[in-house]
Write a protein that binds this ligand. Structure first.
Ligand SMILES: *Cc1c(COP(=O)(O)O)cnc(C)c1O
Length: 404
């Protein structure tokens, strides 16, 4: 395999080939450099590593199990399917891995105030949680539409002591929430650290968030070798910004025998134009600090996106994913709302696990592929989060009635 695909990227400027980099207003150059420097020092500091691992284990509940999905495997009749149970982490999704890492950095930099953006609310909840745990002030920006469809998470953040600011601009979802968070950061850089929630934004975020999330793949590797005494044949993960997928994929990038699939939100279908599958209709552009694949019109205006799952409903994708796609290292595909809902119900009924709607997109892809693979093949899917936040929405969509 091509040697450049390995773990060596990004370069010192934060580039993954033609993607990534740092496209921000002048006022943010200094805090980003400060963050990059502090992160570089922390990476070399064994005390930081110990602290990070301590909180992941004692507070978040790592390691998460790699669970053999016996009934799903039987039903699909092909490859052996394992679930990486990030849904069992404290606060219910993988997001907290990154939040622990970043709040430890914020403390090292002497910042007293934390801000974050959130889509589904999972990253907001994880950020509010670590801020409460370390006694730091926390403000979370969330699109007003997302506040409504993820009301449970809004209440959780408030209970944790965070201020939640509903953002009413534009489409009132994740993109606008990030704009507001960046505006806040420019204004309060001295006291404030911005905990960005995915492998997106200006350097060093995509690299740093990936490195905090790689614990998923590192554990998975150990666990599958223990259980099956060999590497998996296929890894599958959903891709919003792309952090749970990068976390799972990254430690396997140099293993040519391990295939990988990233699943974007197909919404109501690609032809209908109501989706968030950046690799289906997208093109190269700059948005919110980085250069990557975006859904934009011919004038560079960001297009409206749609997905049943708020966590995948974003017009851009992390720059490292764009690079891995160019290199043909990872294959990117999509699942529609309908397929995700079907997968959601299937996992609930067959395995007794209610997945997040985001994760259900990855399950949908496994349902397509596993039957075509031999029984000797091993497939690992990242169950990025649990579905409690989605039950009301799904109940309505599939027409569940309250018992009278
Ligand atoms: C936020 C979220 C995602 C999407 O974010 P990535 O950065 O692509 O991982 C996926 N699954 C769950 C459960 C989430 O909360």
């Amino acid at each position: 395999m091509n040697a450049v695909i390995g773990p060596n990227l990004p370069d010192t400027q934060g580039h993954f080939g033609p993607y990534g980099g740092r496209y921000v207003p002048e006022t943010l150059m200094h805090p980003l450099q400060q963050l990059e420097d502090e992160y570089a020092r922390a990476q070399k500091d064994p005390a930081f590593r110990r602290e990070f691992e301590y909180y992941l284990r004692e507070f978040c509940g790592r390691p998460t199990p790699l669970y053999f999905a016996e009934r799903l495997t039987g039903e699909l009749g092909g490859a052996k399917i394992f679930l990486k149970r990030e849904d069992l982490l404290h606060t219910g999704a993988h997001k907290i891995n990154n939040c622990i890492g970043q709040i430890l950095l914020a403390r090292r930099m002497g910042k007293s105030r934390i801000i974050a953006e959130t889509g589904a609310g999972q990253h907001g909840v994880a950020t509010a949680t670590v801020a409460a745990m370390f006694g730091l002030k926390c403000v979370v920006y969330m699109g007003a539409v997302d506040c409504e469809r993820q009301a449970l998470n809004v209440y959780r953040m408030k209970m944790l002591g965070a201020e939640v600011v509903p953002v009413k601009a534009g489409q009132q979802t994740l993109k606008e929430a990030i704009n507001e968070a960046m505006r806040d950061w420019v204004t309060h850089v001295r006291t404030t650290h911005y905990i960005l929630g995915t492998v997106y934004g200006a350097h060093p975020y995509p690299m740093m968030v990936r490195n905090f999330q790689r614990v998923i793949g590192d554990e998975t590797r150990r666990q599958i070798l223990e259980k099956e005494e060999r590497l998996p044949d296929l890894l599958v993960a959903c891709v919003g910004g792309g952090s749970n997928a990068m976390g799972l994929f990254y430690p396997f990038l140099e293993d040519a025998s391990v295939k990988m699939a990233g699943v974007e939100a197909g919404g109501e279908g690609i032809e209908a134009g109501k989706h968030a599958a950046r690799f289906q209709g997208g093109s190269l552009g700059v948005l919110q600090g980085t250069r990557s694949f975006l859904l934009q019109d011919e004038y560079g205006q960001i297009q409206l996106t749609h997905s049943v799952s708020a966590g995948l409903d974003y017009a851009a994708v992390g720059p490292e994913h764009a690079w891995l796609r160019d290199q043909k290292r990872v294959e990117y595909t999509y699942a529609t709302d309908e397929q995700a809902l079907e997968a959601f119900m299937k996992l609930a009924r067959l395995e007794g696990i209610i997945p997040a709607l985001e994760s259900a997109h990855a399950i949908a892809e496994v349902m397509r592929r596993a039957p075509k693979l031999g029984k000797d093949k091993l497939v690992i899917v990242n169950l990025s989060g649990r579905g409690d936040k989605d039950v009301a929405q799904v109940a309505e969509k599939v027409g569940l009635q309250m018992p009278k």
